[in-house]
Every structure is written in structure tokens, then in C-alpha cells.
Design a protein. Structure first.
Length: 391
């Protein structure tokens, strides 16, 4: 699937930068064009792979390149005011060559959480291609203002995009890990999972052809209908064979014949279960997901139709959905990987918790504001009392 990626804010820019690195390393052909938008000049300067002409600094008249300081209302205002500057970079995207837009942002900060929904709404008004969001939820230890930002941004973002893919930092930060090291690790995990998913169907010359093709329309159909999506992933290292390929799937040319085919089938079904029941990008109950897509990636000799079909049927049983698609994506890496996209998920404890914390945070902010107003009124009254005798 060919995407135009827009990294909004610090987290979004870094993730899109990492996607470009992944694209070059794997030759997956996912990123057709990449743009980074930020209110902080330093964040744009820190990017390594996004071209200079596609780095857009907005809000210079108001924040002078220093960022919005976690104020997502200001981030939204600046995005609306400078939408023409953002559109100027988007105009350079060969839209006729892409399957969709992907806006990537952290939902806890100011620029990304405020500006991403604004840009999504703008793109949907102008283009016919689907507009997706990839939102990263802040960890619960990052502070109340980030949780409040995330709750506000989530509700707006999910309404403005065709589907919101979510990654929850809370489920992925390792104990004792430094902040910088933690985010580097998280960005790697994001790109690895979504790279396999979006890479499906992008086969170059000389590559093996998939037996059961997953093309961009399969991904688009799975994401259609809106809502929230999560992705599961599991992989296993395998030995590369100098021969094999499509024929070896049917004939077992390496050795072992039926036994080799059975091992391949078992490996695939095991990986599908691990991917769906393991650590999802957004932890949730998979029962009740409206749609699902299974992508198996790896050397063609280690993929077969029977295993993929078994994995797809198992997903149907677990989700209760009749809209479960599946296929393979041959690669030259010495590993077999399963990526499971669950779209239209409902039973998501983290989202419920986020919304509840946001309500409490909002109540606290209102209390603080009222207390500040009362204190100000008291100070004014005290000043008046002290001044009375003089008149």
C-alpha cells in the first residue's frame, strides 16, 4: 500500500522519519511521500530522512519556532491559521500514485494532538483518497495535561479520519528504560508492525509473487467504516533456502514433503494466535472486532495457503466477524511474521480509562480556575478595604 505520510509534531515526525528508514532498509515501497509539520524548529532539525523542503515550520508569528508547550488548543489554532503553508508541502505529493494519506502524531503533546485533526479534516474535504490517522497515546506516568490532551484529541481525531490506528505507550514502555531509549524502542515497534501491514502487495521486480495476494484494496476495505484499529504482531526466525519458492509450497522440494508442509502450516497458525492474543498496539478484547486482516510475511518457501486459511478461520471464530481477509507477502528476510489488523474494536479498557481520567482532570482544572478567580476577587476586596480609610 502506497501512502503519503504526514508526521505532525515531535512524535509524528520521528515516526515518519523511522518509516523512511524502514522503507529504504526493506525496499518495501510504502512511503510514496513524507512531510513533517511542527511548531518547534529544533524538532524539525533533528530529523534525518525527511527532505528539507518537506519540513514545514508553522506558527512562527505566534511561538517563534519554540513549540506550543503542550497547549493543544493553541496547536489547533496554529494549524488552522497556517493550513496554506501545510497545503503547500502537500501539493508536492503525487496524489495519483498513492492509495491513501496517513497522519501520524502523538496525542499527548500540543502540536500533534491539536493539529492532526485539523489537517485530517482539510484533506478529506479536498481529496478522494482515504485519510487515516496513527495516534500514539501517552503513558499514564507522563502527567495529567498529556492525558487530558490525548482524550480531547482522540475524540476529535477519530471523528475526522476514515480510521484511527492506535499505539498505546503504556503497554510498551519497559521498566527502568530511559525516556529517550524508551521512545526509540517504541518507534521501532510501531514501524515494524505497521511496516509489515502496509507493505503487503508492494512487490518489486524480481520478487516472489504472493500465492494469496493482499493488495491495497484489502487493507482499505478492512479499515472502511471508521472507528479504532489495533495491530498484533508475532515473528519467528527461519533458515533461508537457496532453492524453493512457490513450487516448494506444494511439492515440498527441500525435504520432508508432507511433513515440511505440515510444519509450515503449524508455524503459521501458531504465529497468528500469538499475534492476535499477544501484545496489541492498543490492548483490547478481540471478540467483537468488526473487521480483521491477516498478513503473513516471510520467505515464500515458508508460507503456504493452508496455514493462512487456517489462521483466517481461527480469527473469524475469535472475533465473531465474517469480514476477515488474509494473504501472504513474500520477503527476503530470514523470518516469518504475522501481522493481524483488528478494525472497529469496541472493548478497549485504555480508552475508557483515558476518558475517565480526562473527565477528572477537567474537573480539577475547573476547580483550580474557580479557586484562582476566588483568590483574585479576595485580593481585590482586601485592596479595597485597605484603601477605604484613605478616601
Amino acid at each position: 500500500m502506497k501512502l503519503a505520510m504526514i508526521g505532525f509534531g515531535q512524535a509524528g515526525g520521528k515516526i515518519v522519519d523511522k518509516f523512511l528508514e524502514y522503507d529504504e532498509r526493506t525496499n518495501s515501497g510504502i512511503v510514496r511521500s513524507a512531510v513533517a509539520v511542527n511548531t518547534a524548529k529544533a524538532d524539525l532539525l533533528g530529523l534525518e530522512n525527511i527532505s528539507q523542503e518537506n519540513r514545514v515550520l508553522i506558527g512562527q508569528a505566534r511561538v517563534k519556532g519554540h513549540g506550543v508547550g503542550a497547549d493543544n488548543e493553541l496547536g489547533a489554532e496554529i494549524a488552522e491559521e497556517d493550513i496554506d503553508e501545510i497545503q503547500g508541502a502537500i501539493d508536492g505529493i503525487p496524489v495519483h500514485e498513492i492509495d491513501g494519506f496517513l497522519i501520524v502524531s502523538g496525542l499527548g503533546g500540543g502540536t500533534g494532538s491539536g493539529g492532526s485533526p485539523v489537517v485530517a479534516k482539510h484533506l478529506k474535504r479536498i481529496y478522494t483518497e482515504p485519510v487515516y490517522g496513527l495516534g500514539v497515546l501517552p503513558g499514564s506516568d507522563e502527567g495529567g495535561i498529556y492525558t487530558l490532551n490525548a482524550a480531547r484529541s482522540f475524540q476529535t481525531f477519530v471523528r475526522e479520519v476514515d480510521n484511527l490506528l492506535v499505539f498505546d505507550n503504556d503497554a510498551w514502555r519497559k521498566t527502568g528504560e530511559s525516556v529517550e531509549g524508551g521512545y526509540d524502542h517504541i518507534n521501532e515497534e510501531i514501524v515494524k508492525r505497521f511496516g509489515v501491514l502496509f507493505g503487503a502487495g508492494e512487490i518489486g521486480s524480481g520478487d516472489d509473487v504472493a500465492e494469496s495476494v493482499v493488495d491495497s484494496s484489502e487493507i482499505i476495505n478492512t479499515l472502511s467504516g471508521g472507528g479504532v484499529s489495533t495491530v498484533g504482531y508475532a515473528s519467528e526466525d527461519v533458515e533461508m533456502s537457496s532453492s524453493g519458492g512457490l513450487l516448494s509450497r506444494f511439492k515440498g522440494e527441500d525435504s520432508g514433503g508432507d511433513m515440511d508442509s505440515a510444519n509450515t502450516t503449524n508455524r503459521i497458525t501458531s504465529l497468528v494466535r500469538k499475534a492476535a492474543l499477544g501484545r496489541l498496539t492498543l490492548p483490547c478484547e478481540i471478540d467483537g472486532a468488526e473487521r480483521a486482516l491477516l498478513v503473513m510475511a516471510g520467505p515464500s518457501a515458508h508460507l503456504n495457503r493452508k496455514g493462512i486459511e487456517r489462521g483466517r478461520k481461527w480469527l473469524e471464530e475469535q472475533t465473531g466477524s465474517m469480514e476477515v481477509r488474509g494473504g501472504d507477502y513474500p520477503t527476503n528476510e530470514p523470518r516469518v511474521a504475522a501481522a493481524v489488523l483488528l478494525s472497529g474494536v469496541h472493548n478497549v479498557p485504555r480508552i475508557k480509562e483515558l476518558q475517565q481520567v480526562a473527565i477528572e482532570a477537567q474537573d480539577n482544572i475547573d476547580d483550580i480556575r474557580r479557586e484562582s478567580e476566588d483568590n483574585l476577587e479576595q485580593l481585590v476586596e482586601d485592596d479595597d478595604d485597605e484603601l477605604d480609610p484613605l478616601f
